[in-house]
Design a protein around this ligand. Sequence first.
Ligand code: ATP
Ligand code: MG
Length: 688
Amino acid sequence: MPSPTPLDELNAEQRQAVLHGAGDPAGGPPLLVIAGAGSGKTNTLAHRVAHLVAEGADARRILLLTFSRRAAIEMTRRVERISGERALPWAGTFHGIGARLLREFAGRVGLDDGFSIHDREDSADLMAMVRHDLGLSQAETRFPAKATCLSIYSRAVNAGEDLEAVLARHFPWCAGWQAELQQLFADYVDAKQRQQVLDYDDLLLYWAEMMTVRDIADTLGARFSHVLVDEYQDTNRLQARILLGLRPDGRGVTVVGDDAQSIYAFRAATVRNILEFPAHFDPPARVVTLERNYRSTQPILDAANAVIGLAAERFTKNLWTDRASAAKPRLVTVRDEVDQARYVVEQVLANREAGAALKQQAVLFRTSHHAGTLEIELMRHNIPYVKFGGLKFLDAAHVKDLLALLRWVQNPRDRVAGFRVLTLIDGVGPVSAARLLDHLAASPDLRWALDTVAVPPRGAAGWSGLRDLLARRANWPVEIEMARAWYEPQLERAHEDAAVRKADLIQLQQIAAGYASRERFLTELTLDPPDATSDEAGVPHKDEDYLILSTIHSAKGQEWRAVYMLNVVDGCMPSDLGTGETEALEEERRLLYVGMTRARDDLHLLVPQRFFTHNQAPGGDRHVYAARTRFIPTGLLPLFELASWPVAGPSEGPRAAGPAVDIGARLRRRWQAPHSVQDDFDLASLGD
Ligand code: ATP
Ligand code: MG
């Protein structure tokens, strides 16, 4: 009997996709794999790449585009496992690969190869500077906020729509400012070019534009024999332009995705890209659909299929599985978020007792702050966790300060970085900082400018250390140590909890030491910040077991044995934002579908009867009463096991405020799962 090959692990349709175009050095005609969640799309893509390499394709000529860096690393690992070959140098996100290519071709498209990359916050700050220079500051004129301006600009760029259409469709309340916004964006683009900075959108925009330059397009087209894209349903118009620019005839192109999982329309992604892909070519691309789900049990799949079955529009079909199970997904009503957190902790621990490691369990939520109560509960029980999505390590002010300093050393024309750093100095305010930056910008000779600049006397000491850093340019990573030494006194002055923050900076320095140069460090960190808050912050160690907490958006493409979804109520899912427009509402429905389809064996949807809202509108933060999400109407209830928790005893009366405590249950539970003693006798929660 012949020995099994990796292809034997695949079903017939998956194998067709892997073998498509085999033997054609030009990569074969374009291919689309479109199918529902857990049908093995990503796995098939990995097998395809591995097979190509095994058949002699040069791994350096394969461009593999994924949605996150984490996904790229995971895919590379899968390919290595299947093919036994070493890594793929061109696997990454569109933005990450774009940054590398632009660095390489900078000279040919009028960019300085030392360009720096602004994250969203830096971009909004630059937008604010430009807006201020135009006399459109928000306070006086009620002009849109900087973040809104950036969103409008970003949507126009990514969707390739003109400003008027973007305003009318997505920002009608800003439509009266069209002329001013037009001017603002023109000046913003100007400022970026003068300062040699690119924002996230530019990485795609410059790349797409670069593909219209004939000889560059030819060079890049020839560099890659195959271009493969995962999660194609979440790409935007610019990304489609890039792909087609690389391969106008589609040869060697493979895209995979699921229209029912498109959840990034709020960032201008369009499901049209995947739906229109086949017809874009003549003859049309080959389409392979997959019908078997390998991930979830039948009851989980039934419930997920029913939820997405109510969608207004959908291309992919329902899937089947042979993973029978008696356990339906649970729809659990709890009183409030405190009970919700307790339920999750109880179940997570019970599951661990039954053999599911914490890492095989995930808690998913619509937005990051929904996890707050749970995080407290987890800490009380000493359950380690890692949180994905939401606030990042890099968002902390002190980490941003140190990065801004390095960015300014990298590119002294970067005004946002310069402004941030200068105003850290005691004695230098916004006016002096702007004057200083003007002086530096006006002179082509940086050294001369640094020596002749006029600094307010009180700021002289702080400035002199900074000048040395800018003028001398030490070796990497010694430089970050010097930068930290300069920054620490400013940190101590500005923050009472300086000691904790200093520890973060030492951490940052350690991360920096892993990169070959300042430029690589800054680029990678800006584009793919450490995913989780505690990812780089030391706890827990990667080898240890920890529970996964994640926004649904960050959970894309992944799977766990047990999944708990928080706040499956109207107001959270759909969120308040989503309740207006039909399209936005449909996206929220798909979000629920994406969350549910992450579960393999065990799915819990939690429905707190009241939850806490963080609201900037009048009324502020408050508790609101909630109802089960509208995406699970009564007709779907038979697909779930309905439960309430804790099981209410007849004597239990209404509760005034805060959680009631069932001490008996706690004492019993204590012997069921390894709770900490502190929690069992937590007097604080008995107080009310
Ligand atoms: P999503 O839509 O969520 O991104 P997907 O379609 O990309 O899902 P994968 O993540 O590739 O699906 O696969 C889902 C699970 O099914 C994985 O655990 C994978 O190993 C398994 N799987 C895929 N194909 C097969 C197969 N032919 N035999 C056994 N298991 C498979
Ligand atoms: Mg996938």
